[in-house]
Design a protein around this ligand. Sequence first.
Ligand code: 5GP
Ligand code: MN
Ligand code: MN
Length: 331
Amino acid sequence: MNEFLNIVAEINNAKKVLVLGHIMPDGDDISSVLSLTMGLEKLGKEVEAAIDWKIQSYFYELPEVQKIRNFEQVKNYDPDLIVIVDASSPDRIGQFAQLLEKYKVIVIDHHGTNTYFGNFNWVDTSFGATAQMVLRINKELGVKYNERLALINLMGIQTDTGFFRYANADERVFLDAAELIKFGASPNVISRMILENKKIEQFRLLATMVDHLKIDCDGLLAYSYLSSEDYAANNCTEEDSGGFVSEIRSIKGVEVAIFLSEYNPNEVHVSFRSKEWFDVSKVAVVLGGGGHPRAAGCTIEGDIKDILEEVVKITRVTLKSESLRGRSFGN
Ligand code: 5GP
Ligand code: MN
Ligand code: MN
């Protein structure tokens, strides 16, 4: 809690702030970046928001997303303070990692794999979303919520809890969401924008993913992949496979789902999900990534078939040894 108050004091004292999110930004990241940016603007501060990655096109239905700049646009901005949200380590902020040495840095995050790379770090894994932490920072700073800020802030809570379905959807998640809804946010705006905005090509891409699906470890492990050729053949890009890993996890009996996405030739993003007990962040960390016990990832360079083999091998071994330690797994 002390770090929370230190961070509030630091932000209070700063006039010019750069708010950064992580690469491959998700709803919680965009929500956290924008909620903090909008909050600080309301307090009269000069703020820039930036993410060193392309933002999925459907987020632009929220006009505020246009506030988010890329690295080139803000690399010469000279802030008093940098606040990084929802990112667990320097590699997660892309080229902005270059600025870490030069500026005072605050990290606000909920990943158990956080490396405490800021000068001040508020890391609390008990929050389902970083957006909940930003809500607390904003309120402590005295930010008054209107309908737009409430909506943007709610998006992170909705997306990181899988629209209130995951185990992290606890009482505080619902209370925070209710508070933001009271301020005027409509959850339906976000759920429609994210869940009901699919192109027909994405269904064909899903069919290709299902074609590649394999079940392993007596049904506990399921995995699939999409190569850059698969994306091209379906007239899709890697942003069109968002949510596929959750589809794999939704199979009855599956504890661990893995999805590999070759978003650039020889650059593969690996997504891990688990349902009830297996800690996928441990496997992701071994492979140079990170995340949460139920959702983690890493990026690996090389041939997608080799990477798939390696990733499945490591997961299989870990899953077997974890299963033997008290989990039922017949073999
Ligand atoms: P996703 O599978 O949706 O890309 O990511 C799931 C979770 O793992 C997210 O919480 C994300 O922050 C984390 N994650 C994904 N990829 C990486 C990575 O390359 N490095 C680290 N440290 N975390 C990752
Ligand atoms: Mn995130
Ligand atoms: Mn998050």
